[in-house]
Design a protein around this ligand. Structure first.
Ligand code: ZN
Length: 81
């Protein structure tokens, strides 16, 4: 299933669809989605997420489904390094 993307908003380049990793922040928590279909500009690399795809991510987060896997994310405070 390939979605139609309009030309890049920033540079007017052609946008192709690829599966990429997308981070999603919700109520102070970080969620990571792998294999998310999104448009990527051939010229400048700008990523575009379709609103319906964004809605799907939101649905999964709200449902609180068991994730495929979990990772531990190191967090640093810049003022302490
Ligand atoms: Zn572009």
């Amino acid at each position: 299933m390939t979605r139609k993307y309009s030309d890049c908003f920033y540079c007017g380049g052609a946008v192709r669809e690829e599966l990429a990793t997308r981070e999603y922040h919700w109520k102070g928590k970080l969620y990571v989605f792998e294999g998310v279909p999104m448009g990527i500009c051939n010229q400048c690399g700008e990523k575009v997420l379709k609103p319906e795809v964004g809605k799907e991510l939101e649905k999964i987060v709200l449902k609180g489904e068991k994730p495929f896997r979990e990772v531990v994310v190191p967090v640093y405070s810049f003022s302490h390094v």
